[in-house]
Design a protein around this ligand. Sequence first.
Ligand code: 3PG
Ligand code: MG
Length: 442
Amino acid sequence: MTLTRLRTPLSSAALLSGIFTGYSMAKLTVRDLNTHGKRVFVRVDYNVPLEEKDGQMVITDETRIVETLPTLRLLIGQGGKLILAAHLGRPKGKREPSMSLRPVAARLAQLLGCNVNFVDDCIGEKVQRVASEMQPGTVVLLENVRFYNEEEANDPAFAEKLAQVADVYVNDAFGAAHRAHASTEGVPQIVAKRGGKCAAGLLMERELKFLGDELENPAHPFVVILGGAKVSDKIKVIDRLLEKADSILIGGAMAYTFRLAQGHKTGKSLVEPDKGEIAKSALAKAQARKVQFLLPVDDVIANPVKTDKLDKKGKPVIEWQNPRSTSDLNCPDDAAGLDVGPATVKAYSDVIAKAKTILWNGPMGLFEDKRFAEGTNAVARGVVEATQKNGAKSIIGGGDSVKALNKAKLGDKVTFMSTGGGASLEFLEGVTLPGVAALQDK
Ligand code: 3PG
Ligand code: MG
């Protein structure tokens, strides 16, 4: 398989309008601040997965907390009074005890090695009193901002209340930057109006650097690996990346929508039957731009059997029987495709092995089940190898691919893993993130 390097030059409109604007360098960051003695309102994304164990909520992945430590340490070192605000889950304006940030405060205190004062509200008298009693270099974590409907509504009066304890605003919540909510957009607007500084945290800066600047002028070959369930989720990203990539490798259930569009049978595979035209136009565009666009040439399929068990969301659990690989592109009526097959793994691995820049978003199959994890794991190994052997820059665009890498214990062997899910995708699509737009330029 040879890589085609012919690309049409980027139009200046494309350069200006989004994905590869590289605007992170222009934003004020915490390094530019002197926060000594000031109340610093820090928006973080502590929307971490929790599980109940013996009546207690336990954090099952603390990456998002760990990744904010450099910002927090820097601000503590400056002598700022840190007031952290975050959301957890989607409590829809209600006080939902299972979505309290209290367990996060306890873990953060351990990680920082200092006291973290938890306040069981995010606005009001109690918050103001606690803030007024703070010493320089101390940390407070406020309760879930989404316990108020006004947060997601970006209610101006609510934003004013939050901003009452904000002399300076810092946003380190890249994962929530695609939300125009009170704590991500309303508060910085108020702080700026008062003449206060609004800056990016170090994690925010890193996210914008790797998902933005680093992909602006990628070393070639630039290989993009996209998986996941839906073509509709990724089509805008495909569109943008066709401007830059040498190869795009497709896996996951979205591959079956392409398959269907090409006139094959997809059996019980997850497909979006109404997205055939989108899939076809992506293929046509890739051809016109001479971008190598690879679809799976074989699959691992299995037969679904309904059980009377229910999953956490109350949906019937499906058992997959008789897993097997096949190179017949027509899936039997009673089976579904659940992973890419061995020939696809080989073909994709060969392309990845030559890459100098890699962007990976979305698993190749149902990797949570180890019978359907080989495609995803092989990609993970290939990405790590290219990073180590070629010095390739490997950028993992958040969500399930991060989960898969961590599961394979390879998370620390890639160049960058995003903490964003929806935010990374929107940023890669070229959308201006409200939480970033609200920050001041240098
Ligand atoms: C995330 O986990 O994707 C972010 O924290 C944003 O959460 P949301 O999708 O509920 O807005
Ligand atoms: Mg989300």
